[in-house]
Design a protein. Structure first.
Length: 173
């Protein structure tokens, strides 16, 4: 959906704010210097990375504040925003990111498997994966998974890479 350079991060912990607006013009007027406006899944979204409690002016409808996301202060980051639509049973290849990944599940559910085990994210919930560990995501349940996704990666590195040194145990069925 969008890639937005964030520059050097000052804080070790940041939050991802997710808002909706009736239209793109209103979201653009509210985004300020830190927001990114995207359209997807039938809505206009305003996303922002920063300290807890940030609110755009004029206010849209807050969907979620996701975090904290752990970063390296003084390092340049880029926010990669995406929409994920998976039918039940679909999965990603095993991969990792050089920064945190977070998503907000709008419908359906998704199971995340890492070497530490599994986590299931359901509609109305957010999930956070710190930088580094290998992971595999699988849409579980009976409904299509629709999620907003953020990969907040170090600008000097690719947003993600495939992994061949770890095999999932198949915890997400």
């Amino acid at each position: 959906m969008a890639s937005a350079p964030q520059g050097k991060m000052v804080h070790a912990l940041v939050f991802w704010d997710v808002y909706t607006y009736p239209n793109r013009a209103q979201a653009e007027a509210a985004k300020g210097g830190r927001g990114t406006v995207v359209e997807g899944l039938g809505k206009t979204w305003l996303f922002a990375i920063g300290e807890a409690g940030w609110q755009p002016f004029p206010n849209g409808v807050r969907v979620a504040e996701i975090g904290p996301l752990r970063l390296k202060p003084g390092v340049k980051y880029t926010a990669q925003y995406m929409v994920a639509v998976f039918t039940p049973g679909m999965s990603t290849p095993v991969h990792r990111h050089p920064g945190p990944e977070a998503w907000y599940t709008l419908s359906g559910e998704v199971c995340l498997e890492t070497p530490d085990g599994k986590v299931v994210g359901r509609a109305g919930e957010s999930t956070i994966v710190p930088a580094g560990p290998p992971m595999k995501l699988t849409a579980t349940g009976t409904k299509t998974r629709r999620s907003l996704v953020l990969i907040l990666h170090e600008t000097s590195q690719a947003s993600g890479m495939l992994v061949s040194d770890w095999r999932p145990k198949g915890l997400c069925k």
